[in-house]
Design a protein around this ligand. Sequence first.
Ligand SMILES: Cc1cc2nc3c(=O)[nH]c(=O)nc-3n(C[C@H](O)[C@H](O)[C@H](O)COP(=O)(O)OP(=O)(O)OC[C@H]3O[C@@H](n4cnc5c(N)ncnc54)[C@H](O)[C@@H]3O)c2cc1C
Length: 212
Amino acid sequence: MKPTQLGLDIDAEACFLHLDGLAGLAGAAGTWLWLDMEGSTYVDSTLDLYGRLRAAHPNVGICLQAYLKRTPKDLRRLLPLEPAVRLVKGAYDEPATIAYRRRPEVDAAYKALALVLAEAARDGRARCALGTHDTGLIERIATFAESADVSRGSLEVHMLYGIRSRELARLQAAGFPAFTLIAYGAFWYPWYMRRLAERPANVLFALRQLFP
Ligand SMILES: Cc1cc2nc3c(=O)[nH]c(=O)nc-3n(C[C@H](O)[C@H](O)[C@H](O)COP(=O)(O)OP(=O)(O)OC[C@H]3O[C@@H](n4cnc5c(N)ncnc54)[C@H](O)[C@@H]3O)c2cc1C
C-alpha cells in the first residue's frame, strides 16, 4: 500500500484507520500488509504510521530505501519493534544532499543495511526481505550473512511480477524464501506504465513476450 493512496496528504488519522482496517483483514486472511515508502517528504509520516500499526498487528511490514542517507538511523529506530522490513534501493529522484545517487554507493549502503537486518532476522527479531532484482547483490549479501550464521532461509527475496522471474525461481530453489509483488485491481495499467517508464528497455521486453 502507498499511504498517499489512502489519504495521507489529506488526513493522516483517516489514513491510519484505513491501514489499521486493512491490516486486520490481511491478518484474518493469513497474510501481510506491506507499506511502500514514497518520496522523501513522506518518510517520517510513513514511519509513524508503521510504528502505530506494528503496535497493534504482527503482520505489517514497511519498505526502507537504501539510497537515503538517513536510513541506517531509521532502521536502528525500528529494530526494537521487531519489524518486517523490505529493503529496496529506492525509486524516486532525490537530491544528493539526502540520497546517494551513484550505483556503487547505493549498493554499498544496501549491503550494510541488509546485514544489520539479516542478523536481526537470524535472532528472530525481524523479518528481512531483500526487495531487489539485483541477484549479484543478493548473493554477495548471502555470502557475508552466512559468515555471521544467517541462513538463506532468513533472507527473503521480493521481486516485481514479470521481472527476472527465472532468477527468482533459481534463488527459491537455492533456499531463499521468494515472493512476487503484483499490481492488483483496476489500476494495474498506470502502475505497469510507471514500471515501463522507469526502465524503457522493458518496452522491448514486454513486446517480446507477445510473440512466440
Ligand atoms: C518488491 C519490491 C517493492 C518495492 N517497493 C518500493 C518502494 O516502496 N519504494 C521505492 O522507492 N522503491 C520500491 N521498489 C523499487 C526499488 O527501489 C528499485 O527502484 C527497483 O527495484 C530497481 O532496482 P533493483 O534493486 O532491482 O536494482 P537495479 O540495480 O536497478 O537492477 C538490477 C538488475 O535487475 C534488472 N532490473 C531491475 N529493474 C528492472 C525492471 N524494471 N525491468 C527489468 N529488469 C530490471 C536489471 O537487469 C538490472 O540490471 C520496490 C522494488 C521491489 C522489487
